[in-house]
Design a protein around this ligand. Structure first.
Ligand code: AMP
Ligand code: ZN
Length: 488
């Protein structure tokens, strides 16, 4: 089948045909988490969105080098190179070494993403593991004339840069407005221009995470790690650079400027930004304190939650929105997603119980498949794909109920379609009732016990077994071939 993948490029503010720079190796860089605390559900939404993109590229047959970094140094509390170091502050609070903080939250991040069934990236570089690459890049930017050193700190010279390049190319903001929104420099300030930002920061005596450099002992600025690590693993120019929308205005704007000043080229051909997960309309964020931890969501152990939800129901909730739309958290929305997810998995489980007929009367699988690809080819439109999947659910249920029939060839094709779109591309799995093989065996034991009860005319017991199974979402159906079961 011919594919014409189209994606929305933040850089051009347009949907564009995806044409990789090197067709046999797609390079994708996604800004990873800052591991000084647990990731919240908003962070997870961004990583699940890029997992969907990664999975679809793989499904289309691209070889992808997916690089997602771990920010484990250099993050100060303020956006403007001000405030305490987040890692050092947390280390003091938890009475741990900064690298123990990094280790603890990196493991937590991996655990959570595994629960969400995201594929690991090809490379997961850390900022602290690439200090020399960052120093090298800062040196080159200085040599090219776009940075200056003051008293052990190196600043990027935005004022010089804007004379030659479009600094706000990614967001199309007005430079005057940006200047007006930035505080005036005072006598204490070392930097020359209001928009200048630090590439390398001199370490105060109490600063724990510090490295030697040509400018004295210090640590890297917030943005240089991604420029240095994407260049190292993907080259000066690569295909896709992604992250949450909140990163575009500062972090990604500065990444572009750094790469341009160092390599004389913009780093990525396509910039992709995921929209925010919100709570009552406000962005979920660590600092706002409105961030659910995924663990709280799974157990329901949070004041705003009526109950817990399985990781796959939450993944389904995320995929029901397009990655460029905001997604507002609510109990009702999660309940609806949970129901939809269970309906889908229940129908899929029926596929193994359907006996093929001589003829198919269920309709046109090819058309469904084409519409499913069209949805994903249109900027990874998972909600449209899911609507298509519910059409498939309706068909499966009708076949199971005997209203429609399917022959062997079509049944195999339907199973392959489900494998591709539900499991490979959407990355869902059936986490409702554990291992399916085991479940079949367990259910057979229960069904046999119920049949024994019926034979002994113990109808109170046989009814009780059926009712209690219904209460936990399992339906029994007596047929001429014996008793069948399915999830409701
Ligand atoms: P951080 O750990 O804060 O650096 O964030 C890691 C990633 O999560 C970045 O790509 C952010 O843009 C993204 N992110 C942060 N908050 C949200 C949110 N509420 N919804 C979606 N993505 C978010
Ligand atoms: Zn980054």
């Amino acid at each position: 089948m011919q594919h014409n993948l189209v994606l929305y490029n933040t850089l051009t503010r347009k949907k564009e045909n995806f044409e990789p720079i090197h067709p046999n190796l797609v390079g994708m860089y996604v800004c990873g988490p800052t591991v000084y605390s647990d990731v919240h559900l908003g962070n997870c939404r961004t990583f699940v969105s890029f997992d969907l993109i990664y999975r679809y590229l793989l499904h289309l047959g691209y070889k992808v080098r997916y690089v997602r970094n771990i920010t484990d140094a250099g993050h100060l509390e303020g956006d403007n190179d001000e405030g305490d170091d987040k890692f050092a502050k947390k280390a003091k609070l938890e009475q741990l070494e900064p690298m123990e903080i990094v280790q603890k939250y990196t493991i937590g991040f991996h655990d959570v993403l595994r629960l969400f069934n995201t594929l690991p990236p090809s490379i997961e570089p850390t900022a602290t593991g690439h200090i020399s690459e960052q120093i090298e890049m800062v040196k080159q930017i200085i040599d090219n004339g776009y940075a200056y050193e003051v008293n052990g700190t190196v600043y990027f010279d935005v004022e010089k840069y804007v004379k030659e390049y479009n600094y706000t190319i990614l967001t199309n903001r007005n430079l005057e407005d940006m200047l007006n929104n930035t505080r005036e420099l005072g006598g204490q300030d070392e930097k020359h221009g209001r928009l200048d930002f630090a590439l390398w920061i001199k370490a105060k005596p109490e600063h724990i995470m510090r490295w030697p450099s040509p400018w004295g002992v210090g640590f890297p600025g917030w943005h240089i790690e991604c420029s240095a690590m994407s260049r190292k693993y993907l080259g000066d120019q690569f295909d896709i650079h992604g992250g949450g929308m909140d990163l575009a205005a500062t972090h990604h704007t500065n990444e572009i400027a750094q790469s341009q000043a160092c390599n004389h080229s913009t780093p990525a051909k396509y910039w992709m930004h995921t929209n925010m997960l919100t709570v009552n309309g406000a962005r979920m964020s660590k600092s706002a304190g409105n961030g659910f931890l995924p663990g709280e969501l799974f157990t329901g152990n949070h004041a705003l939650l009526n109950r817990g939800y399985s990781p796959m129901a939450v993944r389904f909730f995320m995929l029901q929105a397009h990655y460029r739309s905001t997604l507002d958290f609510s109990n009702e929305a999660l309940d609806a997603a949970d129901k939809g997810y269970k309906r889908l998995m229940t129908a899929i489980a029926l596929l193994d119980k359907i006996s093929p007929a001589a003829k198919s009367t269920f309709g046109d699988l090819k058309a469904i498949q084409e519409r499913s690809y069209a949805a994903m080819d249109d900027d990874f439109n998972s909600p449209v794909l899911i609507a298509e999947l519910f059409e498939v659910v309706r068909i499966i249920n009708s076949i199971y109920d005997g209203k429609l029939t399917i022959n062997k060839k079509d049944l195999d094709a339907l199973k392959a379609y489900i494998q591709a779109f539900v499991f490979d591309i959407l990355g869902l799995k059936d986490d409702q009732l554990g291992d399916a093989d085991n479940m079949d065996d367990l259910m057979q034991i229960i069904i046999d016990l119920r049949n024994d009860a019926k034979q002994n005319k113990d109808f109170v017991m046989s009814d009780r077994i059926r009712e209690q199974l219904t209460a936990i979402g399992i339906q029994l159906k007596d047929s001429k071939d014996g008793t069948l079961w399915n999830k409701i």
